[in-house]
Every structure is written in structure tokens, then in C-alpha cells.
Design a protein around this ligand. Structure first.
Ligand code: UFG
Length: 336
């Protein structure tokens, strides 16, 4: 459904997942405005025909002016801090950037009367779940401040949706990876810690090895198992969630975003070797603090609620797109 002269506000639209959402919205015919403070995002990641407002989501004057000027019909909220270990060493940064600032953003939405809000939540809100696959009714018991800061926002949105004319969708992401298949965006932050990004960097000689963090988990091969989802499938889910919120303004949605299947660290590294035709050096290392053995989504809710059908759910495609983007960065993309 395309909407007259209204826009969708994408916070964090210059970042990894947000920039893919901007592309998906544009491809679907929506007008988009981005607000990003560019602390971890890149201005070049925002397409030229999309307005980029450089600023903070908690700057209510700026946000409310933007909401009014651009006739914002819905907010997709990606801006925030995302590094789990950092959240342990600096929890107040996470409660500030992810919880407190989001509270201010939601208040701006309510004041201006924006009716729809789509929120980047995370599987980290489940902590170490007592079941696999994980459905949305699984108790949310985060084990780090990152997960807790996101869970607090889910609670805020639920309460606000009861008190005010705003409905919301919380999308709980599993392990997001890959890059736009057309090469328009990808994961560009330096010092990445995510497995697929780290592995393709190693394949291109940007690192000399990949550490395998634990080989004694209770999994088939002893390494950690995750449900890797292609960032463009995730971006598509956001557009469909937006359309569902518009179609059913009295309903909220809380949906896992994953493919419902897991790959171990060794399976991921094998895929990287196959796709790159390079044997990346592997070193067995100790477990990383707080890593659960396995996180696999039950994705039946999203499949039932939205007409979402994954288009890029082959691990080899996720790796190939991540690799193509990594090559682009090496070849002097604007981020360099
Ligand atoms: N791993 C390695 N070596 C590495 C990097 C990762 O062995 O160099 C392993 C990890 O131990 C884990 C798996 O690969 O078993 C995936 O690790 P990532 O760091 O790629 O991702 P995480 O599962 O730790 O966390 C990600 C996001 C979180 C989110 C979580 C939800 O970073 O924000 O998924 O599932 F909350």
C-alpha cells in the first residue's frame, strides 16, 4: 500500500539494518526520511533522494519538526547501541541510548500523533531460553543490559499503545547477516564481532584467523548454533509489518525474525570456505561470556501474520552477499 505525500521516518537509517530498511521502503514506493546522529552510521549509506536529518532521536524539537514537515505516518526505529559485551561494561550507555532515548522518541510520536511504530527488538530479550525453537511466548529473561534495554522498550510500547492511538510491531531479530544483493549497502562498521562478517574479512586477508568461541557446547558438533537471517529478508519483513499495522490500527504485533533453522559455527565457516574457495584459518578458543549454546527461532507467527516469504534463506547466499560487500569496502567504497 503506498501512501500519498506522507513519509516513513527511519531512525538509524544510516546504519547496517536501517539502511537496508530504507532501500526496501523505497523499492516498495514509500517516501522516507532518515534521522541518524552518524555515530556509527554513514551518510553515504542513505540514498541521495532520501532526506537525512543529522541529529539525535531524543532531540524532541528536531524530531517533532521532522515528523510534521515530512508528514510522517510511521516510525521504524533502528537507532541504538548493539554490542552485547559493551552493554555489560557500560550499561548506562545502553539504558540511555536504547531505553531512555526511545522513551523520548515515543513521546514525540504521541505528541505529533504518529499512529504506527516498528521497533527493532532482539532474540537477546529471551536470555538463555528454556526451549528450542523459541516462540514469542518464551519467557523474556535477558542476561545482559543490551537485551534488558530492548525489553524495556517493548514494555513501553505495549503500555503506550493502550493509552494512546498508536499501534506497534516489535520484531525480535535473530542473527542478522549478509548485505543487499544489489550491492547498495552492507555492514560497514569497523571492528566487527559478528561471525559471518569476521569470517569474510578473514577470507579477504583483513584478519589472519577466525576464533571459534567454544567447542564444548551441547550441540551436534560442540560449537554455537544460530539462526542467521539475511538482512534484506529482515528489511522486507519491516515493510510488511508496516502494512499490517496500517491495515489493522488496533492490533499490535510481536514477531520473531528468523528462518527457524540453525547453523553451527563450523557449518558457517565451512560455507565461507566453499563460497570464497579459501580455507580460512580457524583457532579453537574459549567460550565467550554469556553465549548460549543455541538460538533458533520458531517463525510460525511471522509466517502466519504477514505475507513474508524469505527470498535469501540459503546460508551460501548470505555469505556470498556479505563477501561481495566486503570486497566493495576493500575496493575503496566511500566508507574508507
Ligand atoms: N563466534 C565465533 N567466533 C567469532 C564470532 C562469533 O565463534 O569470531 C560464535 C559465537 O560464539 C556464537 C556465534 O558465532 O556462537 C554467533 O556470534 P555473533 O557474535 O555473530 O552473534 P551473537 O549470537 O553473539 O549475537 C547476535 C547479535 C545480538 C543479538 C543476538 C541474538 O550480535 O545483538 O545475535 O541472537 F542479540
Amino acid at each position: 500500500m503506498k501512501i500519498d505525500d506522507s513519509s516513513i521516518l527511519v531512525t538509524g537509517g544510516a546504519g547496517y539494518i536501517g539502511s537496508h530498511a530504507v532501500l526496501a521502503l523505497k523499492d516498495a514506493g514509500y517516501r522516507v526520511v532518515v534521522i541518524d546522529n552518524l555515530t556509527t552510521g554513514f551518510a553515504w549509506a542513505v540514498p541521495e533522494d532520501v532526506a537525512l536529518v543529522q541529529g539525535d532521536i531524543a532531540d524532541q524539537n528536531l524530531v517533532e519538526q521532522t515528523l510534521r514537515e515530512h508528514h510522517v505516518r510511521a516510525i521504524m526505529h533502528f537507532a541504538g547501541s548493539v554490542v552485547v559485551p559493551e552493554s555489560v561494561s557500560d550499561p548506562l550507555k545502553y539504558y540511555g541510548n536504547n531505553s531512555a532515548k526511545t522513551r523520548d522518541l515515543i513521546e514525540s510520536a504521541v505528541r505529533v500523533g504518529v499512529p504506527h511504530f516498528i521497533f527493532s527488538s532482539t532474540a537477546a530479550t529471551y536470555g538463555v531460553p528454556d526451549r528450542s525453537p523459541i516462540d514469542e511466548a518464551t519467557p523474556q529473561l535477558p542476561i545482559n543490559p543490551y537485551g534488558m534495554s530492548k525489553l524495556m522498550t517493548e514494555h513501553m510500547l505495549r503500555d503506550v499503545s493502550i493509552a494512546h492511538p498508536l499501534n506497534f510491531c516489535a520484531l525480535r531479530y535473530f542473527n542478522v547477516a549478509g548485505a543487499d544483493p544489489l550491492g547498495r549497502s552492507g555492514q560497514s562498521t569497523a571492528g566487527a564481532t559478528h561471525l559471518i562478517k569476521v569470517a569474510v574479512e578473514a577470507a579477504l586477508g583483513k584478519r589472519d584467523h577466525v576464533g571459534i568461541f567454544g567447542t564444548d557446547f551441547d550441540t551436534p558438533d560442540g560449537t554455537g548454533v544460530r539462526d542467521y537471517i539475511h538482512v534484506s529478508d529482515l528489511a522486507a519483513a519491516h515493510v510488511l509489518a508496516l502494512e499490517a499495522l496500517i491495515a489493522q490500527p488496533r492490533s499490535n504485533l510481536v514477531l520473531n525474525c528468523g528462518y527457524g533453522r540453525g547453523f553451527s559455527v563450523l557449518e558457517v565457516l565451512d560455507a565461507v570456505d566453499r563460497v570464497t574457495n579459501i580455507k580460512v584459518e580457524r583457532r579453537l578458543e574459549k567460550r565467550r561470556a554469556g553465549d548460549p549454546a543455541s538460538l533458533i527461532s520458531d517463525n510460525s507467527a511471522i509466517l502466519a501474520a504477514l505475507p513474508w516469504r524469505p527470498a535469501y534463506d540459503e546460508l551460501s547466499q548470505i555469505v556470498a552477499d556479505a563477501l561481495a560487500w566486503e570486497r566493495k569496502l576493500s575496493d575503496g567504497h566511500p566508507s574508507k
